[in-house]
Write a new protein. Structure first.
Length: 288
């Protein structure tokens, strides 16, 4: 072989190595950019409806859990909750003072404090109600999300892609579940441990169906067990559980209707039957 041929082969091999090296670097850079984009998307979701510059207030762990279940994942959610609660309490007290024409006295101030405390408790009850409603909506959408996840698993998608595809697909049907799935996708791509991301999903929602999903995915991650059949079983169990809850609610209707029936139907009937006799008795006593 001539010297020129050796030089051409060397240049070709060097060019191929450099192309492979730059291609690997480009792929790593693309993955980093993708992860950073998912992280920014995760923080945009977490900071939704939040404003900077708010002072930090400490709240109990139960309130933080309720805020997370209600869909308020912003770092300032607890501070906003305290501010809104204090504003509602102050507003209710000012309304009471305006109602009494600001005639200050010990009794009036005590009543104003009672109204303020009651309004603060109402804010807490509203937070509990919203957390319950959001959890119910997520639980109702879990079987459909599981069906989509089974299709994604059988098509060979990765776990991150499954959560991302299902989260985007459920955005119009169940925005609460879509938000949780997209946050989990971002954490799966960013965190070092997938199990930690799945456990965070369980902590944020606190729903039995999602706990079953996380257990199945964790076992598949540890032992490599198939998850498609497990997800089908969980979806069927979720639908059966919702059907049993609906039957339970229907079964409670007669007991709940007993008091309105007694007050609105039986009591007027008794009055209509007894009233003429009482009136006649009173008239006879009056004539005597």
């Amino acid at each position: 072989m001539s010297v020129s041929l050796w030089i051409a082969v060397a240049l070709l091999v060097t060019g191929g190595c450099m192309a492979l090296l730059f291609n690997a670097r480009a792929q790593r850079r693309d993955r980093v950019v993708e992860r950073l984009g998912l992280v920014s998307h995760h923080f945009r979701l977490a900071r939704h409806h939040s404003l900077p510059g708010l002072p930090t207030f400490s709240v109990s762990r139960d309130v933080k859990v309720l805020l997370g279940k209600a869909g308020f994942h912003s770092p300032q959610a607890a501070s906003w909750f305290v501010v809104v609660k204090l504003f509602v309490m102050a507003s209710s007290m000012m309304v009471w003072l305006a109602y009494i024409d600001f005639e200050l006295g010990s009794i009036q101030l005590a009543k104003g404090l009672v109204f303020a405390i009651a309004s603060g408790l109402l804010v807490e009850q509203w937070l509990k109600w919203r957390a319950h409603e959001v959890s119910q909506r997520i639980a109702h959408a879990v079987p459909d999300a599981l069906d989509l996840m089974v299709v994604c698993v059988e098509s060979g998608l990765t776990l991150e892609a499954i959560f991302g595809r299902v989260g985007k697909g459920m955005a119009q049907v169940a925005p609460e579940l879509s938000r949780e799935w997209l946050i989990t996708e971002a954490e799966l791509r960013v965190l070092d441990s997938r199990l930690e991301a799945l456990e965070n999903l369980t902590k944020r929602t606190g729903i039995v169906e999602i706990e079953n999903i996380v257990i199945a995915l964790s076992q598949a991650e540890k032992y490599g067990s198939p998850i498609a059949s497990t997800m089908r079983l969980i979806a069927a169990d979720s639908r059966q559980y919702q059907y049993l809850k609906l039957e339970e609610r229907v079964g409670k209707i007669p007991a709940k209707m007993s008091m309105p029936v007694v007050v609105l139907i039986m009591l007027p009937v008794v009055v209509l039957i007894v009233a003429p006799t009482i009136i006649a008795l009173l008239e006879s006593l009056g004539t005597l």
